[in-house]
Design a protein around this ligand. Structure first.
Ligand SMILES: C[S@@+](CC[C@H](N)C(=O)[O-])C[C@H]1O[C@@H](n2cnc3c(N)ncnc32)[C@H](O)[C@@H]1O
Length: 259
């Protein structure tokens, strides 16, 4: 089987693998479970100054990455791997990255990620190449590289054989539209704070009930948006049961009433 393949188009190829060379992702990279190549956008500049950007038409601050240079870098990435890999431009204007998108990307052949810098990338190459625009959050980074690292980290840990215990992916935050319950380890008492008694009881069903209730409480308190989506039975927001297996999505109470 061919390894999941990530190509990152960047002006700073030396930033990769960076943190992805460590821990789970680093080991998986060394084991060949995924492949990473950083493609230097500047290598596709054609003038003698090797310029990759220019001033924006219409005026304004900052510089814009040129479409011809970016396009040539994209062509090289496509030629060097499965052309079916999604081509993603990381941008604060994109669709918010969530666990459903991560799962979808991890299940595919890999991805090609374009990291912007300065004011961003000329719109024409984004459109001409049909790029999917993805944001990692409602804030502005100085470049797409930290966003690419975050997206790749999230995908790689879901690849087969990367995480030790498959169950941990099923139970963790966002796996089923809930944030995760709190964790505790030894010592059972620390600075006068006791671990919740139920966790010491050895009663698996009680532990599972407590974890489920905590996951629901935390989601309700911290992320009313997720909670509302779950209550509305929104798509992939099924709740995990006590073993992390997903139940079918909850039905919308109003629709039930109408039936
Ligand atoms: C300074 S930002 C450009 C911001 C752009 N002028 C705007 O207001 O939308 C430079 C680059 O960082 C990356 N970037 C910044 N914030 C990001 C985010 N939240 N998610 C993904 N990429 C981001 C993008 O690749 C972007 O082209």
């Amino acid at each position: 089987m061919t390894a999941w393949h990530a190509s990152v188009l960047t002006l700073f190829p030396e930033m990769f693998p960076g943190p992805l060379g460590f821990s789970l992702a680093g080991r998986a990279l060394r084991e060949g479970r995924w492949r990473l190549e950083a493609i230097d956008i500047r290598a596709f500049a054609t003038d003698r100054h090797r310029s990759v950007d220019d001033a924006p038409f219409g005026g304004g601050a900052g510089m814009v990455l040129r479409p011809d240079v970016v396009d040539a870098a994209v062509a090289a990435a496509l030629a060097g791997g499965d052309p079916a890999r999604p081509l993603i431009y990381l941008t604060p204007r994109g669709a918010l990255l969530d666990q459903a998108m991560v799962r979808e990307l991890a299940a595919g052949p890999g991805c090609i990620l374009l990291c912007g810098r300065y004011e961003g990338v000329d719109q024409r190459v984004i459109e001409a190449r049909g790029m999917r625009e993805v944001s990692i959050g409602d804030y502005v980074l100085s470049g797409g590289e930290p966003a690419a690292l975050a997206l790749l980290d999230a995908c790689v840990r879901l690849l087969p054989g990367v995480m030790g215990e498959a169950a941990s992916a099923e139970e963790e935050s966002h796996a089923a539209g809930l944030l995760e319950y709190p964790h505790y380890t030894r010592p059972a008492e620390w600075q006068g704070r006791r671990v919740p008694e139920v966790l010491l009881s050895g009663h698996h069903a009680e532990v599972a009930r407590w974890r489920r209730a905590e996951a629901e409480r935390i989601t309700r308190e911290r992320r009313p948006d997720l909670w509302a989506k779950r209550a509305a039975g929104g798509g992939a927001t099924a709740a995990p049961d006590c073993h992390g297996r997903a139940e079918p999505p909850k039905r919308d109470a109003r629709k039930d009433h109408e039936r």
